[in-house]
Design a binder for this molecule. Sequence first.
Ligand code: GDP
Length: 284
Amino acid sequence: MFIHWFPGHMTKAIRMMQKEMSIVDSIIYVLDARAPFSCVNPAFDEIIGQKPILYVLNKADLVPKNELFKWQNYINNNHSKCITTNSTMKGGTKIFIKSLLEVNKEKLDRYAAKGVKKTIRAMVIGVPNCGKSTLINSLIGINRTVTGDKPGVTRGKQWVSIDKYIDLLDTPGTLYPDFSDQQKATNLALIGSINEEVVDTNEMASEILSFLFENYPDKLFEKYPITEISEKPLENLAIVAKRRGYILRGGEYDYERAAKAVVLDFRKQAFGKVILEKINNDDK
Ligand code: GDP
């Protein structure tokens, strides 16, 4: 599968992020826990520079706990502080704030030594659909305060306060303009970060069927009677079409509809909690 995934407006988004960076103290790097590795955008590296990062493995409710904690440990040990969240639920604010202050401790201490209580301004970044807005909304709770148009802040940018001393800036979801890693592209398509229109649904469905067969065969079998994966993708989709009764007028299977159903099944967790990218703490 070959996916082109860099719409022009993303260049604009990256520029906006670069511009805001001078007044940003810290980064909140949101990753979809189903595919954390694919959510890492090398285009962010340059922008972030040396700013302290809090990683958020969001959509934690969608993946097996043991795999989630392996990722969390790995990021904690090799990169920076990492927390896990289910942004559709309230209640994560305390740990979020504590963790953000922790990664910014050095700066806060420096200001405190001068008798100043510094407000931390953090930019929330991540690929489209990883849950940035939902996360911010869950953190704001009922105390929503829009703090845009502060001195030094680009007009029109929506900063929100989640605490007296913490302001967050949402940014447009941004992808990496690199077509070489098609596995990443497929993962991003499956988690809904790449526009459906640029993705071949048949191939995406075939990939997820093969992946589930390899990694979660029981869960796959509970849904579709697939006991082996054919090299010919349409043969796999035929099993789905048959099970679901997706037959066209002439008696042919409706592969397109079957493919869409499989992708939707994945997104609706019909196969249970599935992680697309596992990590072994030893090997990365
Ligand atoms: P953004 O593009 O990064 O701002 O993503 P959104 O905040 O718009 O979220 C995209 C979709 O993911 C929405 O349907 C959210 O309801 C859903 N979502 C966000 N966070 C979570 C989460 O932690 N768990 C689950 N299950 N869904 C989430």
